[in-house]
Structure formats: C-alpha cells, structure tokens
Design a protein around this ligand. Structure first.
Ligand SMILES: Cc1cc2nc3c(=O)[nH]c(=O)nc-3n(C[C@H](O)[C@H](O)[C@H](O)COP(=O)(O)O)c2cc1C
Length: 470
C-alpha cells in the first residue's frame, strides 16, 4: 500500500470517553466503583470529560443481556439503560461535549431512529452523533420476530440502505423551510419538505422528515466494524471510525488503509477521523503505574472470568479446571469458533486455536488466568505509564498522524477520568497537542469536520481544491 500521503492527522489529539456499561474491562467490585445504571455515574463521567475538554461522551448498545453457553452472563454487571435516553438526560447537565449513541442498523428502522437522533441533535444544540454498528451477536436476533439475525454481508447491505434513508430523512427539510414571519399564514414555506420514497431489498418507505436541521445539519456519523466491508462502509458514509487499532504501529497501518480507501471513495484524505478505543493506566511514576496495572488486570480477569473466556472457544463448561492450572488438554467440542457468539476469532478452527494457545501458555509458563489476562484484547491496547511518559507517547501519535483521538475506556466508573483530566490533559496542552478550549459550538465543529457529505455540493459548489488534496 502506498505510503506517500502526508499524515492525515492535524497534529492534535482529542479525547472521547467510552462509558462501557457492561464489560469485564471495567472494575465494578471495589468500594470506589459506582453503578452502571445510576444517572450519577453518567453525570460525573460526562462532566469530568467536559472539564477535560473531551470531544465526545460515548455509549455502546446491547439489545439483549449477554449470554454465555445458553445462560445470562453475570460474572460482571448486567443491564444498561438505553443510550439515547441517557444522552438526552446528559444533554441537560453538559454544554459542549458531543453525545454519541451506538445504534445498530440490523434491528432498528430508519424512519424511527433518524427522528430520535435528530431530536437529540436539536435538543442538545447540535451535539448528537450516531455510532453505526451492525451487531454481531446472534442472540440479539432472538429478541426480534422481524429483521432477525442477518449474515455478515447482508448486514452491511442493510446498513448502507439504512444510512442512505436516514440521511435522506435528515435532508428532507430545506434550509429555509420554516416561514420567517408569523404573519405568513403558514408555518412552512411552500414545497420546503421533500418526501422520502425508497424501495430496495431492505426497505420500502414513504415518509417525510419530522424535524428541521440542527446547527450541525444532522448528527455526526461514527462507525465501528473492522472487516473490509465495514471499512468500505465507513469511508462511504461516516465522519469518524471508532477502531480497535490503538497500538502505534498498528494505528499507522490502519490509518494508511483508511486513507487509501477514503481517496478511492472520492473523499479528501483527512475526511474520516480515527478514534481507537484505549485504556490508560497512569501513575506519578512508571513503577506506580505498573503496580496499578497488575492490580487492574487481577480485578478484570478473576478466576471465573478466565474460565468463562475459554468456554467461549471450547463450547462447553470448563468449571472443573483450575484457573491457576494449565489450559485444558481436552479439545473444544465445536469445530469453528462462532463469530455470532460474540468472540473475536471469526471462523478460526477451534481445535487449532486451542492447540496454539496451549503451546503458548506452556511456553510462557502461564496458568489459565495468567494466559487470559495477557490475552484479553484490552491488554494489547492499554497504555501504561507515568503522566509524563504517556503525554510524550501521545505527542508521538499526534506527530505521526496515526490517530485523531482516543476513545478512552475508563477501567473504573465514575472516577476513572479524574487522573486523566487533572494530570494528563495539562501535560498534553503543554506539549501543544491538545486543545485549550472548545473550538466550536457543535460537535461537527469541535471534531474539525467538513459539512455532511450530502451538503457539500450545495454549500461549496462541490469539493474545494484544498479538500481534494490527497
Ligand atoms: C470498537 C468497536 C465497538 C463496537 N461496539 C458495539 C456496540 O456497542 N454494540 C454492538 O452491537 N456492536 C458493537 N460493535 C460491533 C459491530 O457492530 C460489528 O458487528 C462487528 O464489529 C462485526 O462487524 P465487522 O465484521 O465489520 O467488524 C463494535 C465494534 C467495534 C470494532
């Protein structure tokens, strides 16, 4: 792949916060841990993020409780409030931070979702964003009699049609749709709302948008999904990618791939921003951070969690195995690891994977628990170090143009951002790689985005020359 592009980043790092709600990557069992359903947790994280000039507060989505071997998974917290409801409440107690709702295109309907997102956008003063996902959990499909679980390729076909329809709904009100004067007799200018009629394999709709535009025209579009289909979908539709590629060299490779795809899609090289998820474990010194790191890993991967992790791949209960002993010698009872059950090894041979892991753990002298702690995806992504060391590291990311920001996954809620905002942010500002105030009044401006794709021709007469440079 070509490497001649100038870095797509602008030499700055922004932060978002990913309030995970449910996941074993948040430590929920210490006295400092809050509740994942208490509004106070959301409020405190969002307001701390805003004090730290974060661009976005981000919520995931799960439409059904997580399941494991046919049971509800409850080794960590279960249940979380609807993202848009939580964000609407947060809009009232924040003023600048963007409010990002993860919502899937497989089980929702465009007319309904587009309206709810536009409502959040208007009511928050142009701060809403939609993180578009397709959802890979088959168990979610069981909730729905209609539009149940879809094959991977079909999910992206539906996603494309879904997003095009949502955009058409958002664009259906002309800029001057509302009559300027109360004496005009009618509230709306004649012909100012264009009906949306679309019939394709996924939808058959005939609707009109129900709201005028917000100051950022329509919600900002994030995307999370890492396959080739997912990446191509992102460069056709999204403003920002929420990626898994946080480690520096991996982030650079991912950026290159996305820049190439973005140019191919006819967009300027820097048009799609990249925010990988990232965990920060900080301390005043390296030694302090390392000690905290060990503690956090022990909390995240308890004995039962480490067994449950392996069970996903073995396809059977392994509770008779000692978490402090070696990996099971028996082979998995499934042939292929099943991507629809929520793990990350799509289609790998379960037996081969087990043999590989057994050898790896033996080689390193690791117990089940140590192996899983080392393997847990966030381990590869965690940045561990002193305040100054991590600030230097992030400046390196900024100068390399590897990312536009990080979506921080706090390992504890609600206090997990305090140290980042109090200690790390000022050091980044000293290094000139972090904002000292919000630049704009809406999320699109604060992320440094151009106008929405559907609005560019009408605003600019097409892409300007500077937008076209690669
Ligand atoms: C960083 C990241 C975060 C995600 N968050 C969610 C989520 O909150 N809810 C959800 O249903 N899917 C989520 N997904 C999964 C996507 O919906 C998608 O189904 C999955 O990545 C498979 O698509 P892919 O094959 O293109 O990667 C996330 C994916 C990524 C990469």
């Amino acid at each position: 792949m070509s490497t001649h592009h100038r870095p797509a980043g602008n030499g700055q790092i922004q932060f978002g916060v990913f309030f995970q709600g449910v996941n074993h990557t948040t430590v929920w069992k210490t006295p400092e841990s809050g509740s994942q359903t208490d509004f106070e947790s959301f409020r405190r994280v969002a307001q701390t993020a805003e004090r730290g000039l974060f661009s976005a507060f981000f919520l995931g989505e799960g439409l059904r409780l997580r399941e494991h071997l046919g049971r509800i998974h409850d080794l960590d917290v279960a249940g979380r409030p609807d993202a848009q409801t939580a964000l609407a409440a947060l809009a009232a107690v924040t003023t600048n931070i963007g409010l990002v709702a993860t919502q899937n295109t497989t089980y929702n309907d465009p007319a309904d979702l587009a309206h709810r997102l536009a409502s959040l956008d208007l009511l928050s003063g142009g701060r809403a964003a939609w993180n578009i996902v397709t959802t890979d959990n088959a168990w979610t499909g069981a909730n729905f009699r209609r539009g149940g679980f879809l094959k991977h390729e079909d999910r992206y076909i539906r996603a494309e049609a879904f997003v095009q329809t949502a955009k058409a709904i958002w664009d259906s009100w002309a800029d001057g749709a509302i009559a300027g004067s109360r004496d005009a007799g009618r509230w709306l200018e004649e012909g100012s709302i264009t009906p949306v009629r679309r019939t394709d394999a996924s939808f058959d709709v005939d609707i009109t948008g129900r709201l005028p535009r917000s100051s950022q025209h329509h919600p900002v579009l994030f995307q999370a999904g890492d396959s080739a289909d997912g990446r191509d979908f992102a460069v056709r539709n999204a403003d920002v990618i929420f990626s898994r590629h946080a480690e520096l060299e991996d982030a650079k490779r991912f950026r290159e791939d996305i820049v190439a795809r973005t140019l191919k899609a006819g967009r300027p090289a820097d048009d799609v921003k990249i925010f990988p998820g990232q965990e920060f474990i900080l301390g005043a010194t390296e030694a302090e951070a390392e000690e905290k790191h060990q503690w956090v890993r022990e909390q995240q991967v308890g004995p039962e969690t480490s067994i449950a992790y392996l069970e996903q791949f073995w396809g059977r209960t392994l509770t008779d195995y000692d978490p402090d002993g070696p990996l099971p010698e028996t082979d998995p009872v499934v042939d292929v690891t099943n991507p629809t059950r929520g793990n990350a090894f799509h289609g790998a041979s379960a037996k081969e994977l087990a043999a590989q892991w057994r050898a790896e753990a033996k080689d390193k002298g690791q117990s089940i628990r140590q192996f899983v702690a080392a393997r847990s995806r966030l381990n590869g992504r965690g940045l561990v170090g002193s305040y100054d060391g991590i600030a230097d590291k992030l400046a390196e990311y900024a100068h390399a143009g590897a990312v536009d920001g990080f979506n921080i996954t706090p390992w504890i809620v609600p206090g997990g951002l305090d140290e980042i905002v109090n200690e790390l942010v000022p050091r980044l500002q000293d290094r000139g790689v972090y904002r000292t105030e919000y630049e704009g009044t809406n999320l699109r401006e604060n992320l440094g985005l151009r106008a929405p794709l559907t609005r560019r021709a009408s605003l600019d007469g097409g892409l300007t020359e500077s937008e076209n440079v690669a």
